[in-house]
Design a protein around this ligand. Sequence first.
Ligand code: TRP
Ligand code: SF4
Length: 329
Amino acid sequence: MDRKGRILSGMRPTGRLHIGHLSVLENWASLQDAYQCFFFVADWHALTTSFDESRSIRANAREMVADWLAVGIDPERSVIFVQSLVPEHAELHLLFSMITPLSWLERVPTYKDAVQQHKAKGKDIATYGFLGYPLLQAADILIYRADAVPVGEDQLPHLELCREVARRFNHMYGTVFPEPQALLARVPLLPGVDGRKMSKSYANVIDLAAEPEELRARVNDMITDPARIRKTDPGHPEVCVVHKYHGIYRPAELAAIEEDCRQGRIGCVACKRTLAGALEEVMQPIRERRRAIMRDTGYIDDVIAEGVRRAAAEARQTMEMARQKVFGV
Ligand code: TRP
Ligand code: SF4
């Protein structure tokens, strides 16, 4: 190969990132040397469900890029940009829409689920645009002819559709697109402080930019073994959220904590205090970098503008090839 493999991934700007996103971003950051990386803010994808809150999307996008940079996504090595500022994504999406049977989109498992979930909250997202969500995602990936896409398991059906669309296009008009592979990262699933899935809608998240007091307060909110009243009561660490976090952030000490908990030698207050200390060590440098980035007025906008410039140059080349294949001129 005359170039490094190319990676592309994106995130919807749904508000401030939380500690659950940290391992996803650390995984992105770790790919930056071995691959040519494209990371983008999927603001059109946010619009498919937040069309009624469209005015907050751009501000969220900037905040999200600040989080990325603070965690170590490096604009020197990676192309960082905003989807809607590279309109070629939409043109490719349109071409793909001509050759994608409706049934392919209707059978994507995330579609009906999401429509149902929003309906329960009184919102109708059964739009043309939302049905096309995975097809737009295919265009995002294929417009850069990416080789691999780091995603979570939930996105595998979208990757499968992406490959099917690439295959159909190549077969019908001539080969333009590689069939990208999913790069499944081994990212640990962090529960929210209440033990449920971490999600903004459950109000159980720890903000990536949380100040030290807030961080401590959130750790204090964590659900522990409810059977423990006194600190000498034998504990059951397997039901405890604090214990899960120790496993991820203090793996070397986990066995000792478990033993102390089971024997009733350590109280939950002390156990939480050590965890809060360990989390603060992780979060403090991120918080500082984020602050410095935000202090530098115009920096984020510059990073995005440069990323858009580099992304658009690639996207234009792909579109030229695709148009040539479709129209034959
Ligand atoms: N659907 C992805 C998510 O919700 C976001 C996304 C949009 C994406 N386009 C993409 C991810 C292209 C990877 C590649 O997480
Ligand atoms: Fe959880 Fe620690 Fe309390 Fe055991 S001692 S229940 S691990 S907080």
